[in-house]
Design a protein around this ligand. Structure first.
Ligand SMILES: Cc1cc2nc3c(=O)[nH]c(=O)nc-3n(C[C@H](O)[C@H](O)[C@H](O)COP(=O)(O)OP(=O)(O)OC[C@H]3O[C@@H](n4cnc5c(N)ncnc54)[C@H](O)[C@@H]3O)c2cc1C
Length: 438
């Protein structure tokens, strides 16, 4: 069947990504500049797309795979996050234990695939098995922390309570009141990891960057139209995250949630005395209005808080300024001695949330497949789902694949302006609640 799908918006993640800026410039991109034919095309080279492409390449060594992205690998969401590659996660209040268990298995599956790839190819991305500590800083936060702990109990994930003085020793801050530590997660430099994943794809997988797909045409094959050429393939996997809906696929299944992060410059030896006794740490907030905080191995603080409804998929300069002001305030609250330390970059990115922690994973039409990374622990969940989609298409069954397919489909959301109104109201409520946690 002939059809044309035009991309109404193209990715433009803004001018900054502090992680990416900390890396040396990449080699020149291979772009789509002619007609490229391949057995398989993958649209989107984030964590999900690269996992799908790698696995296809591994399982079908005689097939060709073309992965196409509008930007450089590592510049987009998968390289601009907080760098927690989670093998378990709990945000409390588990509604459906079966679904939570299935999701937990997917996190573990994605984490294992990432770890194996990073180890096999010696990808230099500061991968560390430090784990994660969920933290609270007030009575309300402590209640959220108890819910997080209950969630881990329900999932039978071992956890350890961390007392206030221990947290102070780890972070150098008196800010936190309690913590729950879970082993298994990796902390990484996400842009470095993504660049390494892109550079070590199997030989039969070709990566095309800086090649925005402005149109998808179907006429017996799939034609990804780029400004200077096209990719023609027999089968297509869409892994273009929140931009799938901009081509008309799976509209109003996900809420595009804007998140913001800043990195400081590397702290001086004198400043490092204020941030505890560990080489690095990674803290996840128990409260929805809390902040994700890391000390990186090169001595920077990463601060993540502030939300926005990101339907426009663009971040205006004043929004970035507001986020930077929030990040500076959160650093000063935790480490008064570091008030005013320079931020080298502040940036925004998007997570896709569903109403029911559901999945977008399956076939849209003959030969056209979609995997969108949604909800909690998206880097590992997305990696797992990309890998499992490739396995499904190659006829490989597994318990994890069955879990991925058992998760209910993402529920349909109301269109804008209703969704914008509801989302903004919810985000405002979160941002006004529990200010002590931020
Ligand atoms: C500040 C912040 C902190 C976060 N922290 C964490 C964390 O610690 N741990 C975690 O697990 N998750 C975290 N996340 C979420 C996580 O980064 C994302 O959910 C995840 O990267 C999504 O992966 P993906 O592969 O589905 O999508 P993406 O990484 O967005 O990849 C999709 C790709 O498709 C490309 N694309 C889209 N449309 C087109 C087109 N028309 N033509 C060509 N290419 C196109 C885009 O350029 C993009 O590279 C965080 C997010 C943010 C913003």
């Amino acid at each position: 069947m002939k059809a044309v799908y035009t991309a109404r918006k193209l990715p433009n993640d803004g001018v900054r990504n502090g992680w990416y800026e900390a890396l040396p410039p990449p080699p020149e991109a291979r772009r789509v500049t002619s007609t490229v034919t391949a057995d398989w095309a993958v649209l989107g080279a984030g964590a999900c797309g690269l996992a799908a492409a790698r696995r296809l390449g591994e399982l079908r060594p005689d097939d060709t795979v073309a992965v196409v992205d509008a930007m450089r690998v590592g510049y987009g969401n998968s390289g601009r996050n907080a760098g927690f590659m989670l093998s378990h996660h709990s945000h409390g209040g588990i509604k459906h234990l079966d679904v939570a268990r299935q999701a937990d298995r997917l996190f573990g599956c994605g984490h294992a695939y990432l770890r194996e790839t990073v180890e096999t190819h010696q990808i230099r991305c500061d991968w560390s098995d430090w784990g994660q500590i969920y933290v609270s800083a007030s009575r309300e936060g402590d209640a959220h922390l108890n819910a997080v702990a209950d969630g881990f109990d329900a999932l039978a994930v071992p956890q350890e309570r961390i007392q206030r003085d221990e947290l102070e020793a780890i972070t150098g801050s008196k800010f936190y009141t309690a913590g729950v530590r879970v082993q298994g997660a990796a902390l990484v430099q996400p842009a470095a990891m993504m660049r390494g994943l892109g550079a070590t794809l199997p030989a039969n997988v070709a990566l095309y960057e800086d090649s925005p797909v402005t149109e998808l045409r179907t006429d017996g094959a799939f034609r990804l139209i780029c400004p200077d050429g096209e990719v023609v393939a027999k089968q297509l996997i869409l892994t273009n995250h929140v931009f799938a809906e901009e081509m008309g696929f799976k509209r109003f299944r996900v809420v595009p949630l804007g998140l913001f992060a800043s990195l400081t410059r590397p702290l001086s030896d004198d400043e490092r005395r204020h941030v505890g006794n560990e080489e690095q740490f990674g803290l996840l907030p128990a409260s929805p209005n809390g902040s994700t905080v890391r000390l990186t191995v090169d001595g920077r603080i990463l601060m993540r808080n502030t939300f926005t409804y990101a339907r426009d998929k663009r971040f205006a300069a004043d929004l970035i300024e507001d986020a930077a002001a929030n990040h500076r305030a959160s650093i000063a609250k935790r480490w008064p001695a570091l008030e005013g330390v320079d931020l080298t970059a502040t940036w925004g990115g998007i997570m896709a949330m569903t109403r029911n922690e559901g999945r977008v994973f399956g076939e849209i039409a003959s030969g056209l497949h979609i995997v969108l990374t949604t909800d909690a622990a998206p880097m590992t969940r997305g990696t797992a789902c990309g890998k499992l989609m490739a396995e499904k298409l190659c006829g490989i069954d597994s318990e994890e694949l069955r879990f991925a397919e058992m998760i209910p489909e993402a529920a349909i959301l109301p269109p804008d302006p209703l969704l914008r109104f509801v989302a903004n109201r919810r985000l405002d409520k979160i941002e006004r609640s529990e200010p002590a946690e931020r």
